[in-house]
Design a protein around this ligand. Structure first.
Ligand code: CP
Ligand code: NVA
Length: 307
């Protein structure tokens, strides 16, 4: 086992195959302990505090982290832009230095991934990515755990992401899937390809781990033979001004019954939420017994990372 204590957690790119497996094992262990006695006899974070900087809204990341950290004996401190000087009155480096003296770790949800880099450079305690424009690694850990619980294994699974390629979820799947022996196929319209630097890294990882990385404009090609079908909003937080254009550009990229017919018979559907109807129809999202969206969201509770 690696000692992950003290490490920043900004992207799965920085974590090895065995370290990601270790994070998933920890999540499974926490989930089992919670089911047993609500973690009453397990308080590894007693005396620890977590600063939580949120530049954007959140339901799952905030509530799962606050309640999860508390259950483990620690104290979370939620800081919205209205509560903290950050950005208006105090620089990121200064904020990082001050919070390092108060907290044992800081979870931050930011617009620019660079803000996380700056925080991590100036913080003496671990910075955990609670979502940036580039990556959303905690969500992808929850997705991997959900897939594992469903299939009983991860190695060999094929993931199909249909929608915005230049997206935090897509990028995190691209970093995580190959390391766990899973292929990833991404269908996105022109103009919404994944970040080229992430594509380069993902190609290298896919070569190294013997998995497949496919980028296509055709949702059916991505979904053909897939085990897991994933989508996300077409209008991520911070992109609201582009909504009208995006909804036009993403026509044909909705996950619906015609599209899922191309997948393996045992396909499952996942979505990090919040969900809009344009990216997935109700009959898949709510009504299909292959939709894992609620267990997926609840798995955020035990995939809180390690500090
Ligand atoms: N999936 C996710 O991160 O949701 P929130 O924006 O509600 O935290
Ligand atoms: N891609 C979405 C994820 C929300 C959890 C966003 O950034 O808004």
């Amino acid at each position: 086992w690696s000692n992950l204590k003290g490490r920043h957690f900004l992207t799965l790119r920085d974590y090895s195959e065995s370290e990601i497996a270790q994070l998933l094992w920890t999540a499974k262990d926490l989930k089992a302990r919670h089911a047993q006695d609500r973690l009453l006899s397990y308080r590894p974070l007693e005396g620890h505090s977590l600063g939580m900087i949120f530049e954007k809204r959140s339901t799952r990341t905030r509530v799962s982290t606050e309640t999860g950290f508390f259950l483990l004996g620690g104290q979370p401190v939620f800081l919205s832009p209205q509560d903290v000087h950050l950005g208006t009155n105090e620089s990121l480096p200064d904020t990082a230095k001050v919070l390092s003296g108060f907290c044992d770790a800081v979870l931050a949800r930011v617009y620019a991934h660079d803000s996380l880099m700056t925080l991590s450079e100036h913080s003496s305690v671990p910075i955990v990515n609670g979502l940036s424009d580039q990556y959303h690694p905690l969500q992808v850990l929850a997705d991997f755990l959900t897939a594992y619980e469903n299939f009983g294994h991860l190695n060999g699974l094929v993931w199909a992401f249909v929608g915005d390629g230049d997206n935090n979820m897509t990028h995190s799947l691209m970093m995580g899937c190959p390391k766990l022996g899973m292929s990833i196929r991404i269908a996105s319209p022109a103009g919404y390809d994944p970040n080229p630097a992430v594509v380069q890294d993902a190609r290298e990882l896919s070569r190294q781990y013997g998995t497949q990385l496919v980028l296509t404009r055709d949702p059916a090609e991505a979904v053909r033979g897939a085990d897991v079908i994933v989508t996300d909003t077409f209008v991520s937080m911070g992109r609201e001004a582009e909504k009208e254009r995006r909804l036009k550009d993403f026509k044909g990229f909705q996950v619906n019954s015609n599209l899922v017919a191309h997948a393996k018979p045992r396909w499952v559907f996942m979505h990090c939420l919040p969900r809009k109807q344009e990216e997935v129809t109700d009959d898949i999202f709510y009504d299909s017994k292959r939709s894992l969206v609620w267990p997926e969201s609840h798995n955020r509770k035990c995939t809180v990372g390690r500090y």
